[in-house]
Design a protein around this ligand. Structure first.
Ligand code: SAH
Length: 244
């Protein structure tokens, strides 16, 4: 059996932010599995079968990948950004757990440039000191867990990156998250809204926490909250590498 599963990150959007390792793997693959917009980013070619699927079936998608690999196929499971950041890598290992038929599966994880790092690079260096990443979607965890993490991370003065800040099905939660941050942080704390980074409709907007509104974010936005030292130098936002 020569099949494998490669779980790959396609980066934030632009082709030149896809790593050469991922490009080389895609040239070897026989199948590409992933959420529709990510599969669309892979160029079709003879001998390559594309399997675009809906986002809500991550474990089914992972099991499909493992099944095809067990049949000897070379399967690319693609995510945006990095596959280990709120994406498919964990789903594949979750699908593997407790399934002896896949015990000798050849699984590789190929890193990609995650949204928060692409966004931070655009802004300057807002994540230059200690930071954390929080997924604000409560699809897979209770909102109370998110609230607690936000509050404790703010008290510890972490800079933060918020993924999935706001969607049509959860319109109020990002406003609730901002309210918690306003209780814990000074009003002049800097917040960067980084939308569609590295894509044609990219937009970057840094405001104070006092000025931030929930409408400034959507599902294509990653939000970077500075720590208490984060500041502007010229038009760049940066966080010093030392803490006071
Ligand atoms: N695995 C991905 C994250 C998947 S969660 C990664 O590592 O980047 C999807 C969320 O990522 C979006 O709601 C948004 O918050 C963020 N995101 C992904 N691509 C982005 C981009 N090009 N610009 C800004 N945010 C992005």
């Amino acid at each position: 059996m020569t099949g494998w599963v490669a779980i790959a990150g396609l980066g934030p959007g632009r082709d030149d932010l896809v790593t050469p390792e991922v490009t080389a793997m895609l040239a070897e693959a026989t199948d590409v599995i992933g959420y529709i917009p990510y599969v669309k980013r892979v160029a079709p070619r003879d001998g390559l079968t594309l399997h675009p699927t809906d986002n809500r079936v991550e474990i089914d998608r992972a099991t499909h990948a493992l099944t095809l690999a067990a049949e000897g196929r070379r399967v690319a499971v693609v995510s945006g950004g990095d596959p280990g950041v709120f994406a498919m890598a964990s789903a594949v290992f979750e699908a593997l757990e407790g399934k002896p038929q896949f015990a000798d599966a050849d699984i590789r994880v190929l890193p990609g440039i995650t949204a928060m790092l692409a966004a931070a690079a655009r802004a300057g260096a807002p994540l230059g000191h200690d930071f954390c990443a929080i997924n604000l979607s409560d699809n897979l965890k209770p909102w109370s867990v998110i609230e607690r993490r936000l509050r404790l991370a703010a008290q510890a003065d972490f800079a933060m990156a918020f993924y999935n800040p706001r969607s049509r099905s959860r319109p109020h939660q990002f406003g609730d998250a901002l309210a918690i941050l306003r209780e814990e942080c000074a009003p002049q704390r800097l917040v960067t809204f980084a939308r569609a980074i590295s894509r044609p409709d990219e937009a970057l907007n840094t405001v104070t926490l006092a000025e931030a509104t929930a409408e400034m974010a959507d599902m294509q936005t990653v939000v970077l909250l500075g720590n208490s030292e984060t500041r502007f130098v010229g038009r760049y936002v940066y966080t010093p590498r030392s803490a006071s």
